[in-house]
Design a protein around this ligand. Sequence first.
Ligand SMILES: Cc1ncc(COP(=O)(O)O)c(C=O)c1O
Length: 397
Amino acid sequence: MSSARERYEAATRHLHPPFAVLDLAAFHANAADLARRAAGTPIRVVSKSIRCRHLLREALALPGFSGLMAFTLPEALWLARDGVCDDILVAYPTADTNAIAELAAHPDTARGITLMVDDVAHLDLITAAAPDPAHPIKVCIDIDTSWQPLGPRSRIGALRSPVRTPAQAAALARAITRDPRLHLDGIMAYEAQIAGVGDNPPGRPGYGRLLRWVQRHSQTELARRRAAIVNAVRDVADLRFVNGGGTGSLHTTRRERAITELAAGSGFYQPTLFDHYRGFSGRPAALFALPVVRRPAPGAVTVLGGGYPASGTADPTRLPSPHLPAGLSLSPTEGAGEVQTPLLGASAASLSIGDRVWLRHAKAGELCERFAELHLIDGDRLVATVPTYRGEGQTFL
Ligand SMILES: Cc1ncc(COP(=O)(O)O)c(C=O)c1O
């Protein structure tokens, strides 16, 4: 079997970089491993981490996956209308009154969409669109999963929902069930501080130990609280689902009895931020090729483009990484540039102007905001070219 680089080069010889590819074998191996770690608990596919309709359909057709987790309501409407999925949870609250009005006006579409709420103000925005009580809008309560060992000032975890206690969740559930224009569909509690933070940071063993200690305690605290919240809300209304976890925590979140389903997206593409977990290792599936356009000095080549940092804290882990050929790194003084990126290392000597360097993004779906197409590679063949959201003119965020 030839090397990954040889296969990618053979499959894309006729293309001119920059372009992005998806290695189908890696995508499917990653999907199978996500499903293995979920051990039978269904996984909702996180669309923000895929951002390509073709691949969303492909993921949904695989065993172990069911339902979509979308990132905006206009996106959910677009996907529902297209028939990509009839069970779409919009994972973040919306204040888009036009989109809410559209949802309320189309009960057939609305049947397949659930909105996220964590505040009575969200309920007011939804009911202001006057949904027909015969077709109530489905909503899901988002729960704060942060660990606060010394009270609210010691928050470890993302600032998302203000709903934290069983009493707060039950109060919001009662506000929902009191209004016939709303239907309480589920609970979501995503533990970003566990699922989205690699517990084995390279070269930082002490920090890794601390992280694992924090994650263990956070997990124990959350498991108890999540169960108590679910019990309190189930006293108010039936729930179709309780969603939790992400790529990094499927194998631990699924053990909680309160959880009925998981969510994952990044693990399909396996971007670099997911390389350093003890519990799993994926195969890089999404890559982009950039052309070598200069050889500025011995031990350096310059590729065109590459400045695609990932969202979040603006630190070097958010930058793209040269992947193939091995042995290249970003320049510490230049990083990844807007129009050109110098790459340093021994392999630079083997590269000529016109050659390609294959890079990986730090995050998953954001890559698709840079490229209109993904070229799908099977072995050493390019088997299809499919549009990303951007390629379809759909830039939701
Ligand atoms: C609500 C929610 N669930 C799950 C996830 C996990 O997604 P992924 O597997 O792509 O990291 C995220 C990611 O941010 C999220 O916001």
